[in-house]
Write a protein that binds this ligand. Sequence first.
Ligand code: PLP
Length: 239
Amino acid sequence: MTIHENVLRVQAAIEAACSRVHRDPAGVRLVAVSKTRPVTDVEAAAAAGVQHFGENRVEESQIKIPAVASPVSWHMIGHIQSRKAKAIPGLFQWVHSVDSVALAERLSRLAVEQGTTLDVLVQVNVSGEETKGGLEAVGWEGQPAVREQVMQDMQRLVALPGLHVQGLMTMAPIVDEMEQARPVFASLSALRETLRQTLNVPLPELSMGMTDDYPVAIEEGATMLRIGRAIFGERPVEP
Ligand SMILES: *Cc1c(COP(=O)(O)O)cnc(C)c1O
């Protein structure tokens, strides 16, 4: 399978999932996750029509992004160490992995200093896995204290200059069957709805769904899919 064929296959699967739940495929953005992949692979996916690319490491992005000639948008999807945040506003248009108020404040300050703005998504942990970063929201449906903390944090984030908070992102746990990820996606979607109503902010984007579970994520309302292996093939084991 070539990258071009993979892109067409993923786009067809996106359309099929959309039609099952009567959604317009135009409301679902494919972010091709090109981490560990060379510039030539990015160009191949861009030639097949992909307009958005995701990376998870600052150093790799600093080399790769300036080397890509196609006019694409770049999305930071990995954890950002505070000492590396400085590089983000000049490289990326989107950050999906705003996982703390402290990071948001830092990115806000840097964006303002650099005279730019960033579209950001707030990463939320709704699955309870220790390894998944983000605002702690496990059990938010039943626990008022958890809900209140998320509300307070979001209220601070949406007020920061230089950042446009566009929505929420989550990582589902790795499961055998994609159906098992559905409750996590449904929970993020419901949290977005609650935040919209309480904070009176639009939050149009939900970044959820990867190679193994994106059809279910679409059914639960995803507007951004972060898909790597289905487009570029298996990755070498990450260090
Ligand atoms: C690597 C990665 C993805 C893509 O995973 P695939 O299984 O290759 O589709 C999505 N989101 C994040 C945060 C990632 O690090």
